[in-house]
Design a protein around this ligand. Sequence first.
Ligand code: GDP
Length: 444
Amino acid sequence: MFDNLSEKLGGILDRLTGRGSLSEADVDAAMREIRRALLEADVALEVVRSFTDKVREQAIGATVVKSVKPGQMVVKIVNDELIAMLGSDSQAIDLNAVPPVPIMMVGLQGSGKTTTTAKLARRMTQRDKRKVLMASLDVYRPAAMEQLAVLGRDLGIDTLPIVAGQKPPDIARRAMEAGKLGGYDVVLLDTAGRTTLDEEMMTEAAEIKAAASPHEVLLVADSLTGQDAVNLARAFDQRVGLTGIVLTRIDGDGRGGAALSMRAVTGKPIKLMGTGEKTDALEDFHPSRIAGRILGMGDIVSLVEKAASTLDAEKAAAVAEKMRKGKFDLADMREQLQQMSKMGGIGGLMGMMPGISKMKNQIAAAGIDDKILKRQVAIIDSMTREERKNPDILKASRKKRIAAGAGIKVEDVNKLLKMHRNMADMMKAVSRGKGGPMAGLAKA
Ligand code: GDP
């Protein structure tokens, strides 16, 4: 899977990782190569452009982390951007609705629709312990209906009895009725495909959708068709509305163009992928795992992640040290608030400071959550450097300007300043071993 692409990207990145330093020109040269590799993999041009721009910008602006080579940093950046391009989180089929939950499968003929319907039914039955009914709505090819019935018999999964002469929307209604009467959890509707995208197919799909109100509308698309699959998804989404994509024949796809562009171009998640002809060859689409398979550089990625988290911890400790000495201005406070968000909220940093951890509950009770942390950062961002260094100069007119800049009230600026003072006092107290007057912070 994605072998060609993987080999090319691997080669480009390998050459970077060994080097002690990287110039802007080196990064640019690598980006040109990555761009070529992605275009050869049939990734959409707009997606390639945005990808290389983002990687370049981050690679050049990246903080150099101790114990990590610049090239390794680039691998991590490429990895993260690949994950983002693939859709970040894996998205499961949503069965959260009143049963029987209708799921509609659409796509071109030969894309693997019927096989995927059976695969999905098998997984829902065996893994998720759901009672599934499959129905073929392909009235144009009687063989298609028979194919689903055979698959159902093999798997021990019920299929809707075939009634000659019924129209697809009527079959959909009958399937839902049978689903209700039979106490099924899920009804899978396998619609008819055509060899090419045509208006008739779209109209019919829209009619079936209206008749069955499916909870999921899944486009089954052949990954080997690259950009055609992406264009198909866009057309189906505009005309019928999709909730997700299933990419089939990933097992034979050396390039990966459809998988890599699908999410970015259509905004729709790839929910599943077909990895073979057998009915158990269906997998969830996990962007991070796919990126890992494409790059094959998992070791470097985890090395950089570890180094970066160490850096965060060091930064947090440095701020904590300043706080302990009561010597921290609003810029420090901003850094600290951000670290707090990163380290799992206010509790994370407090946990590092002796004598403070017991106040965590009070802080939580005061409703100082991460949303408020973000707003505090926004207020500090609206200040000048001088104001951050020396909060005492903040009189009425400056406060008014800051409030306007951050889109909040002067009152909120006052609250922030009070919190800053309280924290400074508290830290001083803690450093003298007294425990902190945290009630002040809670009121801020
Ligand atoms: P439909 O016309 O869209 O219903 O397509 P079918 O389900 O009949 O599939 C067409 C062919 O593709 C069959 O030979 C399937 O075995 C094959 N197929 C479906 N999904 C996959 C897949 O993920 N990998 C591979 N290698 N073959 C698949």
